[in-house]
Design a protein around this ligand. Structure first.
Ligand code: COA
Length: 301
């Protein structure tokens, strides 16, 4: 199915479709197709987003030659009804940043832009660690050393320590407000069972035995991902983010990475600055759009 579409909140392919069905088998979800002329010409789904209080994701996509016939609206209405019936109080979706028509389609239905995200990639062929040695030395002179979770694990309690350290920082990322903490047991299970889980890729900045910063790098099916970087609130503004990320890049490179990619919130200024300094190049991004108070929006009194 062509990916540029008026009612195209986010494209999907067959591989994604089947893996979505598998991942969502235990949560409220529905997937719909629109058929005309003996062909599938549209697709839509909605599903409860894991660990959220009644936040649902939603996608609608119509093949270009079948747009402007009202099919997108038909799918959309049924998906919204399903989500509302299952208690949704927030529905979110994504729109490619260049796809102005789809953005207008979503806005017309009450979605507003909440975030602007993009992937950026760092080519390691011409990347030199030497350009950042001075920054790492400066941070070391503050008494900070770099290690990784694998090296710091002394027993099962180390995971609890990481959970207590990591989650409050992670919570400061744009888009995390209002999402409840996963409880420890659930988090630990998902953490250790995550595809590509490698505690040595969890780079830690440590000050006098206190963990004060992290940057996580792992191999995924799309390449090496530097997923999250964070600094404890009382250590922010001291220039720790760049040297921690350099340590994460070093780790990936030592494992054979030739490039690293990361996901940015366009308005997370500190990390965008750091990524620019490291030489990351951004790709076209997407808007996260959402409707709050779904019941009121759908069924006004
Ligand atoms: C993002 C984060 C890791 C940055 O670490 P930090 O210690 O705050 O930032 P640093 O002191 O290393 O500064 C990095 C750069 O950003 C700038 N900066 C820092 N805070 C900033 C802010 N609030 N607004 C704009 N720029 C800021 C610094 O001036 C520096 O740029 P410079 O070298 O040109 O002077 C940290 O704020 C954090 O943990 N945030 C919550 C988690 C998160 O959002 N992570 C990123 C997504 S994974």
């Amino acid at each position: 199915m062509n990916q540029a579409a008026v009612a195209n909140l986010e494209p999907i392919d067959v591989e994604h479709f089947t893996s979505n069905l598998e991942r969502r088998k235990d949560i409220p979800h529905v997937s719909l197709v629109a058929c005309m002329d003996g062909n599938v010409v549209g697709y839509g789904d909605t599903f409860l987003i894991n660990n959220t209080p009644k936040h649902f994701g939603l996608k609608v996509q119509i093949a270009p030659e079948y747009q402007q016939l009202g099919l997108g609206q038909l799918l959309y209405q049924q998906l919204m009804d399903f989500a509302a019936l299952h208690g949704a109080n927030r529905i979110e979706s994504t729109v490619q940043e260049e796809d102005i028509q789809s953005l207008n389609w979503a806005k017309k239905r009450g979605f507003t832009i909440e975030h602007h995200t993009y992937i950026s990639t760092l080519d390691l062929a011409n990347w030199s660690h030497d350009n950042y040695v001075a920054e790492q030395k400066r941070v070391r002179s503050l008494g900070i050393r770099f290690s990784n979770l694998g090296a710091e694990i002394t027993g099962q309690e180390s995971f609890r320590r990481f959970y207590d350290f990591y989650l409050p920082i992670h919570r400061d990322m744009p888009g995390m407000a209002g999402i409840p903490y996963p409880d420890y047991e659930r988090w630990l299970y998902k953490f250790t069972k995550a595809p590509g889980y490698d505690p040595n890729g969890y780079i830690l900045a440590i000050h006098e035995d206190r963990w004060v910063g992290y940057s996580i790098v792992s191999r995924t099916d799309k390449g090496w991902l530097n997923a999250f970087t964070g600094v404890s609130r009382d250590y922010r503004g001291r220039g720790l983010a760049l040297p921690i990320k350099v340590a994460a890049i070093d780790y990936a490179r030592n494992q054979g990475a030739t490039s690293v990619y990361t996901l940015n919130h366009a308005h997370n200024d500190a990390i965008v600055k750091v990524n620019n300094k490291l030489g990351y190049h951004r790709q076209p991004g997407k808007f996260i759009v959402a409707i709050e108070k779904v019941q009121e929006a759908l069924y006004p009194r």
